[in-house]
Design a protein around this ligand. Structure first.
Ligand code: FE
Length: 354
């Protein structure tokens, strides 16, 4: 099984990717991170079957609808949430399959009335949303929250799992990534040890937290599974040439696509001068700007025009793309595989050394 824990630093949200036999699920995808998640799915060769949200979030907008638009994944959320556009309403005891594996749905209301925990088939992992956080839990003071319900949910549905079952929450504000049932039973200050419902309610009713900054935007958007209101904003894919976003965050252009679109772009070769005229040659119209000098000479480039960075293998030029983006260039792409692949594909190089 493939397992990845992904992080959104704006909302401190964890998104989980589970894959098996070419199929994948994403738990709690974040709207702004959809391009990143699509790139990872593509690089790992996985088809996204469904997105599952643990609940209607108040602190970020789900990527469920946006993913559905991009790859046809089903949108799964608790039936109790009564949100629009859900095509896989989940109930306690349901199974959600991916490849030969599945998650079991457990209802764990209390933070919201529609909170779910997803338990992997062999009970080695559980995704607890905000029902149980690492040494904490979600608040219970809005969105139909109830300390009573949350206490019962966590004790009966989560802490009843095997002690070595790993627990993955929807958030962690300190960057802690994982816990276990045994650990939380012993050390969770709100819900572990000898804490009883009276202790827990007292604790929860006196948190005195401000409401999440994004709440007034996020909750209505999440009641539509992340579909924007009115006309959907376009998904920001550069349109001057067919490009692929890599999981590393760099946009790539395939050699054949660059051959077709070379006249639309400024081609910057970031190798050292001797390499520019070695046996690999260089691209027609390429400008030699070694990586070590790129930032000094960046003003020679036009910010309004796309830039394609080229090097021997595609590694230095990927770094050039990062530097150019930081310098304010918005249309930057890396030539996939560099001059090595260009040569293997038998594409033309400039005849005369410059
Ligand atoms: Fe929440």
């Amino acid at each position: 099984m493939i397992f990845r824990q992904l992080y959104d630093s704006t909302s401190s949200t964890y998104t989980y990717l589970l894959g098996d036999s070419g199929e994948a699920l994403l738990i709690d995808p974040v709207y702004e991170q959809v391009p990143r998640d699509l790139a990872l799915l593509q690089e790992l060769g996985l088809k996204l079957v469904a997105t599952l949200d643990t609940h209607v979030h108040a602190d970020h907008v789900t990527g469920a609808w946006r993913m559905h638009q991009r790859c046809g994944s089903r949108i799964a959320l608790s039936a109790v949430a009564n949100a629009e556009l859900v095509d896989l309403p989940l109930r306690h005891g349901d199974h959600v399959e991916f490849g030969k594996r599945y998650l079991t749905v457990r209802a764990t209301p209390g933070h919201t009335n529609g909170c779910l925990t997803f338990v992997l088939d062999d009970k080695s992992m559980a995704f607890t949303g905000d029902s149980l956080l690492i040494r904490g839990c979600g608040r219970t003071d809005f969105q139909q929250g109830s300390p009573q319900q949350l206490f019962e949910s966590v004790r009966e549905q989560i802490l009843s799992l095997p002690d070595d079952c790993l627990l993955y929450p929807a958030h962690d504000y300190r960057g802690i990534t994982v816990s276990s049932v045994g650990e939380e039973k012993r050390f969770n200050p709100r819900l572990g040890g000898d804490v009883d419902i009276g202790d827990f309610s007292g604790y929860m009713n006196n948190l005195n937290l401000p409401h999440p900054k994004l709440m007034t935007v996020a909750v209505p958007a999440n009641m539509r599974c992340g579909q924007p209101e009115g006309e959907a904003p376009p998904i920001e894919t550069p349109d001057w040439a067919p490009l692929t976003l890599r999981f590393s965050g760099v946009w790539e252009i395939e050699p054949m696509a660059l051959l077709e679109h070379a006249s639309d772009a400024q081609i910057v070769d970031v190798r050292e001068a001797p390499e520019f005229i070695d046996r690999l040659g260089h691209l027609q119209g390429a400008r030699l700007m070694p990586l070590s000098k790129l930032m000094e000479r960046v003003d020679e480039l036009d910010k309004q025009k796309p830039v394609v960075a080229v090097c021997r293998s595609g590694a230095r030029s990927a770094q050039a793309c990062v530097l150019l983006s930081k310098a304010g260039f918005t249309q930057v792409a890396n030539l996939a595989g560099g001059m090595l692949r260009w040569k293997v594909e038998g594409l033309p190089v400039a005849a005369e050394p410059v």
